[in-house]
Design a protein around this ligand. Structure first.
Ligand SMILES: C[S@@+](CC[C@H](N)C(=O)[O-])C[C@H]1O[C@@H](n2cnc3c(N)ncnc32)[C@H](O)[C@@H]1O
Length: 400
């Protein structure tokens, strides 16, 4: 009897050969029309409830299944981040894509899964979202996988947005259809009976919204266990977001922010050495890797010796001059300590290097950046995940 291939065996074929240029290209598609339309939809769904207290942004957690480079997250944050306080969960089978997102948006919670693994993952791990998105992913999958994914997502989010081929939406089984894109090119594509699958998954309200046809996407299907806004209202939001004014307004907001270098970004923090020591003391860490230049490590060690003499430090630096003075070049032994402090003028460079190393080795340690303008997301994410030490996605822990 043939045994079912393991998750590792199943995903081998999903890892792409060559370099990661496809991810950079996808990441840069964040303001393409369909992404803008998705922003319109998410905005409509998010604002359907009562308005948040004045001066605060609504909190919305979005899960993207088949998230690839994270372009959906980038688009939502860029275009709606002034109104909505997003948090993100990403799931994909492409390991390089997950590493790419981790470097770009360290605050995103990431998991490695295919359709079969998704249900195991959800048995092991509490994953929640307000809105799940499956954007240009199902058209390349078998009907059974699509069914499993939608059933899995219904355990996670009360509302789901599927951006795919909607042409067989009200059918009863997946079928290959002949379609035409906006440039009148004919192609054959798998089209799933989404309305049927979503109803089977437990979603009671469905709205189907056609969009400019593109390979992999001829429209959006919004499904929810909660009442949905009228379809016409969703359509209006989609159409509005596709107008040049929508993207222009976001560009203007970002240009203004860039033009004001003196003002720290709203969500930036500048943790001091003392704050890092508070975190280390609170976590009772006894071994600390310090990743920074010589003046920083000397300042840090002086502060440690003054208040926490039983803490051992190991120094890492990317500078040869520092190596001559006893620093180690970054390698996986940086993760042998219970936590890592990153500081000094090159901290912005060292921080993503450290995150990439964690991603490569599947080992996570709390990281305390001590430098100006670290985003709160990066500090909080790495700093509060001490319980995930050494985690591996196959045990259902976040992918980092
Ligand atoms: C065409 S890309 C779409 C990416 C992204 N949603 C976007 O539009 O930018 C499809 C993504 O789905 C992922 N994928 C394919 N099959 C999958 C599966 N069975 N489970 C999870 N992810 C899958 C691929 O690795 C890829 O990143």
């Amino acid at each position: 009897m043939e045994s079912t291939p393991s998750f590792e065996e199943r995903i081998v074929s999903q890892q792409r050969a060559g370099d990661g240029a496809y991810l950079a290209a996808q990441w840069d598609r964040y303001s393409a029309k369909h992404f803008l339309q998705l922003c319109g939809l998410v905005s409509a769904l998010a604002t359907a409830d009562d308005a948040p207290a004045s001066g605060t942004r609504r909190k919305v957690r979005v899960l993207d299944y088949g998230c690839s480079s994270g372009a959906v997250f980038r688009s939502l944050e860029y275009h709606l981040g002034d109104r909505i306080d997003f948090s993100f969960v990403g799931i994909d089978v492409d390991r390089r894509a997950l590493g790419f997102i981790l470097a770009k948006m360290p605050g995103v919670e990431l998991y490695e899964a295919d359709a079969i693994r998704l249900s195991e993952l959800l048995d092991e791990t509490l994953i929640t979202a307000d809105i799940a998105v499956v954007f240009q992913c199902c058209y390349a999958l078998a009907g059974q996988d699509t069914d499993q994914i939608l059933k899995g997502l219904s355990r996670v989010a009360p509302t789901v947005v599927v951006a795919d081929h909607i042409d067989n939406c009200f059918g009863v089984e997946s079928s290959v259809m002949t379609l035409r894109d906006a440039a009148d090119r004919v192609y054959e594509a798998t089209c799933h009976p989404f309305a049927h699958l979503l109803a089977e998954a437990g979603y009671t309200n469905v709205c189907v919204l056609p969009a400019t046809p593109w390979k992999g996407l001829t429209g959006f299907i919004v499904a929810s266990r909660n009442p949905l806004p009228p379809c016409t209202q969703l359509e209006e939001h989609i159409a509005e977001a596709a107008q040049p004014e929508f993207a222009e307004a976001a560009n203007k907001r970002h240009a203004i922010r860039k033009a004001a270098p003196a003002a720290a970004p709203v969500n930036s923090v500048s943790p001091s050495i003392d704050e890092a020591l508070d975190e280390i003391a609170a976590r009772r860490c006894r071994t600390v890797s310090v990743y920074g230049d010589r003046p920083f490590v000397e300042a840090f060690r002086t502060a440690v010796n003054a208040t926490m003499a039983d803490v051992d430090t190991v120094w890492f630096s990317g500078s040869f001059a520092d190596v001559e003075h006893g620093a180690r070049v970054l390698d996986r032994t940086v993760l042998s300590s219970e936590c890592v402090v990153v500081g000094g003028p090159l901290a912005r460079l060292y921080h993503p290097r450290l995150l990439r190393l964690m991603a490569r080795t599947g080992t996570v340690r709390p990281v305390f950046p001590v430098a100006i303008r670290f985003s709160r997301g990066s500090r909080r994410t790495t700093g509060t995940r001490s319980t995930n030490d050494g985690c591996s996605c196959s045990r259902g822990k976040p992918w980092r």
